[in-house]
Write a protein that binds this ligand. Structure first.
Ligand code: ZN
Length: 500
């Protein structure tokens, strides 16, 4: 059996299963939508529609309920001419259908469905199984985002984290501040590197998501069991918005959406009340648009030189009796955490924005090397963390710098004490798009790494990945999506997994 990601338990049983257009489906009413989705997949593959029946004894495919199974878990039993699928929620059944799609080869054209009898019992290792897509550096619109959501859902990933803002572009319509789309969504040139030499070209780049597009993406994601986590990166990485509203910075002199890729020293002023109102207004519109439990506030790579020389920032520090600019950063994040908490949201920030005073309810995304991870963790042993080590899961890196086998070796518990393992909320991969300008490059960097990420986030085992990913590669060919074909020629059959 070649299911990807690897199921928790699976075995072939003696006997075989075969159905044609005469087979019938029985399903519990709450699973009707998923049963219909399954019937549509069968139609796409075999060209016949399976009929539904109210008489369970007449059915060859049964969707039943078992309240004892975990929310995203499912069981498939194929034996004696009947395939019985059980779950406790429609999310579990959704994943069962994705596994049936692989067991029954439903992405291929065939006349009938034939497979070995088998038993699969499955559930995820982590509740949070995420990919981050940077649409700020280079903009990718609804069609690409929806394609990625669909690919993610097929391998049981369930969170798409959208990096919506950065120095080089602000990519979301905000009604209260129209200049964010008029000015902040367009940069007039980009840093490019040719033969090792970097220069700024004069090719404009722009784009943003309208509110209607976001609503459409969120609804599409929900129907695929994917949660969209929006990210507004503050207080650094914010030059695009500052170019539209220069009074948000300490100097008030920034006038251009950044063309270079490195992080700017111009960040939000932490002593100006206008800044707090501005960010809260933006967050309010974001909360209305995105139903996710989480809002990501970035928080990485904040160069605080400007704060040290700013009258308002220094005044704010003495008012609050703060000794360091790091404490001012923590204070600023805490203001927005409280604001978001009043709207029922939990804040995520990257670990370099976490200090010993950061509220323990803030989730830390661990992306930098182990020492910093340990520092961030020492701050509070109770904090939930998302494991996202850039050396294993930053998919913008070349395959030479980050071979697929290294991603497959990701051990989510590395450096984390046994007693704190329950704090690991999940695993997240990332695609930063400074050097990814078009869809072809994007899919090449992402595929089939997305499948390896799914394996790390869902499964405890990583056996025979190269064998099981073959069907995915054929599917990418069918969709005309670019992917890295080279890796399959290398030895990938049995990656060793550290300590898992
Ligand atoms: Zn300031």
């Amino acid at each position: 059996m070649k299911i990807l990601p690897y199921p928790q338990k699976s075995e072939n049983i003696n006997g075989s299963f075969c159905i044609d257009g005469n087979a019938k489906i029985f399903c519990k009413s709450e699973f009707q939508q998923q049963a219909e989705r399954f019937a549509d997949l069968v139609y796409g593959s075999c060209g016949f529609f399976l009929q539904f029946t109210d008489v369970i004894e007449d059915a060859q495919i049964i969707f039943a309920r078992d309240e004892n199974l975990p929310q995203e878990g499912y069981v498939i039993m194929i034996s004696q001419g009947v395939a019985t699928v059980t779950g406790s929620t429609s999310r579990g059944i959704f994943y069962a259908v994705e596994s049936l799609r692989q067991i029954f080869n439903l992405d291929e054209t065939q006349r009938q469905i034939v497979c070995n009898d088998c038993y699969v019992e499955d559930r995820p290792q982590f509740a949070y199984r995420a990919l981050m897509l940077d649409i700020a550096r280079h903009f990718f619109g609804p069609s690409v985002i929806k394609q990625i959501i669909e690919l993610m859902s097929q391998v049981k990933l369930n969170v798409l984290h959208l990096h919506l803002t950065d120095d080089q572009g602000f990519r979301l319509q905000i009604d209260k501040y129209p200049l964010l789309t008029e000015i902040a969504s367009v940069r007039l040139g980009s840093e490019v590197t040719v033969d090792g030499e970097s220069y700024i070209n004069d090719v404009p780049h722009g784009g943003y998501l309208t509110k209607d597009e976001v609503k459409d993406i969120v609804a599409f994601a929900e129907s695929h069991n994917v949660e969209i986590v929006p990210e507004i990166d503050i207080p650094g990485h914010f030059v695009a918005a500052i170019a539209a509203y220069p009074e948000l910075s300490c100097t008030g002199t920034v006038s251009e959406v950044r063309k270079k890729w490195s992080a700017s020293k111009d960040i939000l002023c932490a002593g100006n009340d206008k800044v707090y109102r501005f960010v809260e207004d933006v967050l309010d519109e974001i909360c209305q648009l995105f139903p996710s439990r989480y809002v990501h506030l970035g928080g990485e790579e904040v160069v605080k030189d400007r704060w040290c020389n700013c009258k308002l920032c220094c005044e704010r520090m003495s008012e609050l009796k703060l000794d360091t600019v790091e404490e001012l950063h923590t204070h600023m994040i805490e203001v927005f955490r409280k604001h978001l908490e009043s709207k029922g949201k939990t804040v995520i920030i990257r670990n370099d924005g976490v200090t010993k005073n950061t509220d323990e309810r803030i989730v830390s995304q661990l992306w930098t090397p182990v020492k910093r991870v340990k520092d961030a963790k020492k701050a509070d042993a109770e904090r939930l963390v998302i494991v996202a080590p850039r050396k294993k899961v930053n998919f913008n890196r070349t395959y030479k710098a980050l071979p697929l086998r290294r991603t497959l070796k990701l051990n989510p518990f590395r450096g984390i004490k046994k007693s704190e393992r329950a704090n690991v909320l999940g695993v997240e991969g990332a695609v930063w798009t400074q050097h990814i300008e078009n869809e072809e490059q994007l899919y090449f960097q992402l595929l089939p790494r997305l499948d390896a990420l799914a394996e790390c986030a869902w499964s405890k085992r990583r056996k025979d990945f190269a064998l099981r990913v073959q069907k995915r590669l054929a599917y990418y060919d069918k969709l005309g999506l670019n992917y890295n074909r080279k890796f399959v020629r290398k030895k990938q059959a049995k990656p060793r997994v550290d300590g898992v």
